[in-house]
Every structure is written in structure tokens, then in C-alpha cells.
Design a protein around this ligand. Sequence first.
Ligand code: HSE
Length: 416
Amino acid sequence: MVNIAVLGFGTVGSGVVDVIEQNEKSIRRRVNEEIVVKYILDIRDFEDSPYKHLLTKNIDDILEDKEVSIVVEVMGGKEYAYTYTKRALLSGKHVVTSNKELVATHGAELLAIAQGKNVNYLFEASVGGGIPIIRPLNQCLAANEISEIYGILNGTTNYILTQMIKHGQRFEDALKDAQEKGYAERNPEADVEGHDACRKIAILSSLSFGFQVDAEKIHTEGITKITLQDVAYAEEIGSVIKLLGIGKKVGEKVFARVSPVIIPREHPLAGVENVFNAILVKGNAIGDVMFYGQGAGKMPTASAVVADIIDIVRNIDRNNRVMWDVSEEEVLVDIAQTNTAYFVRVKTEDKGAVFEQVNKNFKGCSFISIEDESVQDEVAFITPEKQEKELQQVLNDINNMPCVSTIYNVIRVMKE
Ligand code: HSE
């Protein structure tokens, strides 16, 4: 028998308890052990819960109980989650989590403690909800040098963009819709400003490239500025707008970014719609592999958490050697030095002057127009691929033209 304690009885925590109970027989067949939830830690009372007898408000009940070998941290946040996780690992208990914020910030330290104590710190549910991605990176793809990993890592924003693209819903209405359906985080800012996707690409990059990539330093843009006009321009060139998290090995460094990107309809990520997530991994032996599935939700996330518990039960006396280092030098390349192409929309009273200026600065620039009353006063174009620094300089010059009142939007374009 293996006793576990669940920290946090919210959506994911209750899902974990449900999965363990509902799938008891099939889990037992796989591990030949009974997995028993001995404690649930939560500050709330849950008077009517059938699990009321397991509830405690005192973490020491769990940490001092030698019979508990696995702690499941699904409480979220950084403060208590960090302290409890560290204490649990230091007291020789394995820890499983869905807490991407904690893994993205303190992953290197917690993994090192786990290794020192010969226990595991597993976090399959922290990226992509129910999609297996962490274990495949650690095990099935372990023979590969990973050169690039990118994808749609946030279900809420993918839902919002899908609503905008397919149903012509404005951003604000699509966000409201996502909140009513329970997709958005409590604070939608984490989703719509790209922070959630940023933490996930930080974890995937750290894992793939072997050193801690600091989420706070990753260039991150969300989707709040995307309008239906942008969507229509993208459609005009046979493309769609997606929020992509990207991590790439560049020499000894890492390029990482979260931003909306205009991608061709034929691209494998273009058809990933609604709350689905998809992650593309490029390995030097395997080539391209894509992982697709539900990136959020109670049961998909619980499924990933319980899979980690099962993995630990199978290897209860071993550390699985998942590690990444903290580098003393800056590991991220400066995004201003990297190449990209921009889609740009300029509001102007003199289109001719803007055409001239754009043509002067960019050879091979393509202009786009759509039939829409609301864009009569603007020029839209796609630049050739150039260093971001150079593109920004030209945009500044355009913005300073007396006939230009504003640059409505700038969105990166995937060219290859
Ligand atoms: N709010 C997140 C999403 C949940 O929409 O993908 C899973 O991290």
C-alpha cells in the first residue's frame, strides 16, 4: 500500500482523488499496489464532502507521517506551494505537481533537492494538461538532441482566437465566453497576456536544453491587441493567428518567446482549435513530433498527475535523474538580435507617402488589402525577414511621419 497526501482540494485536487477512486482497479493492475489518499490539505472545510475525514489544515500532519510517501501539490501559487514542496522533498517524500509557476521558477532547486534525497519531483501536468509531453521528452525522446520546441500552450487564448477566427466574435466577447465556460484562469491576465504560456515554454526549454530558463526574462506578448481586422488580413493571405510559445537552441544559448504569430493554414498548428493544445518538438534523430490534446480541465490534468503518481509507485526507491542546471551566465539570446518578419497596420491620411516609405526601407515587402469599411484609412504590409532591431527602427521612422497617426498593430509572421 502506498499512502499519498493531496495539497489543495480545488479543481485538480478533487480530480486526482476522483481518478484514483474511479480507476482503482486498472491502476492496481498496472502497479500491483493499492494507492490510498490518506490526507487532503485545504484551508476550507468541505462539510458535505465524502472525503471530509481526510481533510487537515495542518501540513505537519502530512510531513511528520512516515507512512505518507508521495505528496501531490496541486494548490497552485508560489509561496506556500514552494515551502511545502521543499519541506516534503527534504523529509524524503516524493512530490508530484501541476504547478507550472513553481516549476518554472524553482524547478532547478527542487529537482536538485529531490536528487539529493533520492526521491522524485514530477510535473507532467504542469504543461499541456493531459497531454503527455514531459515524460516523452525525458524518456521516449531521450536519445535526441532537441533543437526546437514550440506550440500552442494555452487553451483559453486558443479558444478566444478560434472564436474570433471562426465566429467573428470580438476579443472582449470571446474572453467573456471563455470565462463563462470556466476555461480562463481566475485572473484572465495570466492567460491573455501570455504569462501562462510563458511559464510552460520556460519549463519545456529548461527540460529540453538542460539549464533553467527564467520565465520572467522571456519576451512575452499576449493576444489582447488582436482585432477582427487582424484576423481578416491573416485570412486574406491564407493564414491564421495563433499564440505560440517558442524555445530554440541557438549555439550555447536559448531563444525563447511567447507572442501571437501569423501562420499558414497548412501548418500543423493552424488546425489546432478551441481549448486544445499542441506541441511540436524537433529532435536530431526523430525529426518532427507533435503532441496534441486537451491542455486544461479537471480530469485531463488529474490524469497527468495520477500518471506521475503511478510512475513513482513503480520506481519508489529511485530518483529518475530529471535535472537542469542554473547557469551563471545569461542563457537567453536578446530577441532584438533575432530575425523575423512583421505584419504591420498603419493608420494614415496619406497612403501614398506610407507606400513610398515602406518600399524605400523594405525590398520585397508585400502589401495586403481587405474589403472592410473600417480599414479605409490604413496601409497593411508584411516585411521581409530581418533583425527585430532593424524592423523596429524602420517602424519608428514610419510612426514619426507627419501623415501617420498610429501603428495599429504589429504581429510576427511565420515564413517557412
Ligand atoms: N488557463 C490554462 C489554459 C489552464 O487555458 O491553458 C492550464 O494551464
